[in-house]
Design a protein around this ligand. Structure first.
Ligand SMILES: [Zn+2]
Length: 465
């Protein structure tokens, strides 16, 4: 009899606790729905992006435009009623591309002179003022170059022509694989005595728009280095097959300047229960110095600001502190992210989670997750439950591996990291180009992303890790 009673009570307990779980998840579904409804009808993020792109424009860290973007976003965070808004000083390297980027084939028997579409890579050296010319050698990869005899490379212009792999469905993965030819190829060419480097643009679009991006040299050993449009790269490659001694002329007037002072822009809503614990959301305020930095990463900045704004509009009182950080210098040094993590460690700040939006403003797909191994498994299975709540809004993916470059340094401080993952198919049409302008961002897609990040923050804040 007693045994039956125990079974009966156990069943009641299971039934009532499953009812409680159901009620809790209904409440979450309702709240996340309310967040999306509000963002899709009341958001300011598209207007903020318009101002950043059209009134300020591109904004490499340390530049006057960069300073204007810091001040504008600081004011906006203040206006929406954050509890605290401040600027965190960050020292950054500063480089300018100048006004000239000329590149042409000069001695083709069949084509004569032919202009090539190029843009200087970040940290490229200038050529001498009248330009340089040299014979081009094409390499299929950086490791190909490494195997070559120095005598074959010395005095030449090395042309890296590895395409992004079109069979990779995520273009972020394809970019990750091909990216090293831009980041380290020119340095390897310089080490073998090359006088310049030309790098195939990292895109799958078959246009002729050249892509910039950082290339890393040893101090004082910089050579001129350019990104070349895909059509120009194909033409040059085809010509090299029939005319092996093809010469190219190149003129650039880039300049490296002394270190500059800029800032991470920070705003927060204080937690109502455990204010000393922080959930961070962010993007990077700097952009390359062409285009308007709309997708990269104006979109991520305004989405992050929007999370705080929707919490304020809906009068959500978070348990933990919700902090928006717009990082400095992601594109050419990552000093904003590293400074933030160092300061957090020094102050003993506790971050529960950090979410970065730096994959563009396209339609949502989900989130990537990262953490130290002992933390990741548990956090991932918890977040899987939240995925079901966000999936109706297009947030289907939750994958491990990859978060964001600026929040990466927080990983070893036991922080669960998330990277917002929008659809990747058109991102590299714009990335680091003159085409990354306001008009390329779709208002609704931008807002859906902001809604999903806000929904995730709401769930992390409610359940923690
Ligand atoms: Zn970016």
């Amino acid at each position: 009899m007693i045994f039956n009673k125990i079974i009966f009570l156990t069943l009641i307990l299971i039934f009532t606790s499953s009812l409680a779980v159901k009620a809790q998840s209904d409440e979450d579904v309702e709240k996340v729905g309310e967040i999306f409804d509000n963002v899709l009808t009341q958001s300011s993020c598209y207007n903020w992006l318009h101002y950043l792109c059209k009134n300020i424009g591109h904004r490499i860290a340390g530049s006057p435009n960069g300073a204007a973007a810091v001040e504008y976003t600081r004011q906006m965070l203040d206006t929406i009623g954050c509890d605290n808004v401040w600027l965190q000083p960050v020292k950054v390297p500063y480089w300018t591309r100048g006004a000239v980027a000329e590149c042409r084939i000069i001695n083709s028997k069949t084509l004569g002179t032919l202009d090539l579409s190029v843009v200087a890579l970040g940290y490229s050296a200038a050529t001498n003022p009248v330009g340089i010319s040299g014979e081009v050698i094409e390499v299929k990869s950086v490791s190909d170059l490494e195997k070559m005899d120095e005598a074959k490379v010395k005095g030449k212009i090395v042309f890296f022509n590895t395409p992004m792999d079109p069979t990779k469905i995520s273009t972020f993965s394809a970019y990750g694989e091909a990216g090293h030819q831009r980041t380290s190829g020119p340095k390897k060419a310089a080490e073998k005595g090359a006088i310049a480097a030309i790098v195939r643009s990292l895109t799958l679009k078959a246009d002729d728009v050249p892509h910039s991006g950082v290339t890393i040299f040893d101090e004082g050993k910089e050579i001129p280095a350019v990104g070349i449009g895909i059509q120009s790269a194909e033409r040059l490659s085809a010509l090299l097959k029939s005319e092996s001694h093809t010469n190219v002329y190149l003129r650039l007037d880039c300049k490296k300047h002394k270190e500059q002072l800029t800032y991470n822009v920070i705003g927060e809503i204080k937690g109502s229960v455990e204010p000393e614990k922080i959930i961070l959301i962010g993007g990077h305020i700097d952009s390359w110095d062409i285009g308007e930095g709309a997708h990269d990463d104006g979109a991520g900045c305004v989405q992050s600001m929007e999370v705080l704004h929707v919490f304020k509009r809906l009068r959500i009182k978070p348990r933990y502190t919700i902090r928006c950080v717009l990082f400095a210098n992601e594109e050419n040094g990552l000093k904003g992210g590293s400074t933030y993590a160092e300061e957090a460690k020094k102050k003993g700040e506790v971050h529960i989670a950090a979410i970065e939006s730096d994959g563009g403003g396209h339609t949502p797909r989900g989130f990537g997750m990262d953490a130290v191994p002992e933390l990741l498994k548990g956090a991932y299975s918890k977040a899987q439950k939240w995925r079901e709540i966000l999936a109706p809004y297009g947030f289907y993916e939750l994958v491990t591996g990859g978060s964001g470059a600026d929040i990466g340094p927080l990983k070893n401080q036991n922080v669960v990291l998330f990277g917002y993952r929008p659809d990747s198919q058109r991102y590299f049409d714009y990335h680091h180009t003159a085409n990354d302008v306001f008009e390329s961002v779709h208002k609704r897609e931008l807002e859906l992303g902001a809604g999903g990040i806000a929904g995730l923050v709401y769930l992390i804040d409610k359940y923690g890790f």
